[in-house]
Design a protein around this ligand. Structure first.
Ligand code: PEP
Ligand code: MN
Length: 346
């Protein structure tokens, strides 16, 4: 980082900053200009908190030059991270399709959805058993009974399960049933949860907070990576803007921006990013055209009766149409949606 001294900084203040830089194990590189002195603090690439220097006497401002996230950065790892999910090499030219209900509600609802999305070409089944609802009076999920139904759906269809974990304490229970752990938008900065999913070594789908910047998303990923878990998929799920016509605003920009900043796969969730089923297909197509590595889509056999997010859930037949449309876009941009290889239905 560059520490830019004030024009009236005294030689003692400059010496003091140099001393602090060296105390942190960094090399200080002094450049004495006509007006002011700039001190380059050169380290081994590990991020250093700029506030350490910002409040020292004589310092005007501190400009970081290495990125605050390291393990997540493309500089650190130029080639894409590949995460295998049910025969799909996520991060390669193969696109991952995750589909299923917002919440697990009943055996019939889940198994019917699972069979239908598998038939349409989904590779993995989503479904929340623990739901982070804005209102404490809304349906909170079926809990362990929901996880058991997800495991039954996996047995029936051969599809791996992705489900949300809301607290570190839930992890031992959830990993008895899940294949991929979802960290929801509301928990993107729940650092003890990020730490715990990092330690779990399970693949993680990390959703972007609705009010988080791209850099904050990468810092959240850095928490998981720094606990030794390299299997992180990022998920753009829409951000809150001044626009009220849709539930959120899909930040399509985030897809190519993330792909340039990080080696981690990027999944788009057009269900939450639009909040309305009639826009989901168009935005799914846009996401694949923009370079997303996968989609996560909410599907419900009877959206009108869904206990959560019915308005943004597709009926199975519409989901099948979406897959066909997305296949054409994928082909146009040199990507493929591989046919699913599943265990036989018992
Ligand atoms: C969900 O996937 O149902 C969900 C709650 O998503 P998000 O965390 O993106 O709101
Ligand atoms: Mn939902």
């Amino acid at each position: 980082m560059m520490i830019i001294m004030r024009t009236d900084a005294t030689p003692d203040q400059i010496d003091h900053v140099v001393e602090r830089v060296e105390n942190f194990g960094l090399r200080a590189h002094l450049s004495t200009g006509e007006e002011r002195t700039v001190i380059g603090a050169i380290g081994d690439g590990r991020p250093v908190d700029k506030d350490i220097f910002l409040y020292l006497p004589g310092v005007d401002r501190v400009v970081p030059i290495t990125r605050p996230y390291k393990l997540a950065s493309r500089e650190f790892r130029p080639q894409n991270t590949l995460i295998p999910v049910n025969g799909v090499n996520v991060g390669s030219d193969q696109i991952l399709i995750i589909a299923g209900p917002c919440s697990v509600e009943s055996r019939n609802q889940l198994l019917e959805t699972a069979l239908a999305v598998r038939e349409a070409g989904a590779h993995a089944l989503r479904g929340g058993a623990f739901k982070p609802r804005t209102s404490p009076y809304s349906f909170q999920g079926m809990g362990e009974a929901g996880l058991q139904l997800l495991a039954e759906a996996r047995d029936l269809t051969g599809m791996p399960i992705i489900t949300e974990v809301m607290s570190p304490e839930q992890i031992p229970l959830i990993i008895r049933y899940a294949d991929v752990l979802q960290v929801g938008a509301r928990n993107m900065q729940n650092y003890s949860l990020l730490h715990a999913v990092g330690e779990s070594q399970y693949p993680v789908l990390l959703k972007r907070g609705m009010m988080s910047t791209i850099e904050e998303l990468l810092m959240a990923a850095e928490y998981i990576l720094s606990h030794g878990n390299r299997k992180v998929m990022l998920c753009e799920r829409g951000i809150r803007t001044f626009e009220t016509a849709t539930r959120n605003t899909t930040d399509i920009n985030a897809i190519p921006v993330l792909k340039s900043m990080t080696h981690l796969p990027v999944i788009l969730d057009p269900s939450h990013s639009t909040g309305q089923w009639s826009y989901v297909s168009a935005i799914a197509r846009a996401g694949i055209a923009a370079g997303a590595d996968g989609l996560i889509i909410e599907v419900h056999p009877n959206p009108g009766e869904a206990l959560s997010d019915g308005g943004q859930s597709l009926k199975p037949e519409r989901f099948a149409e979406l897959i066909n449309q997305v296949k054409a876009i994928a082909m146009a941009v040199g990507r493929t949606i591989t046919p699913t290889v599943h265990a036989p239905i018992h």
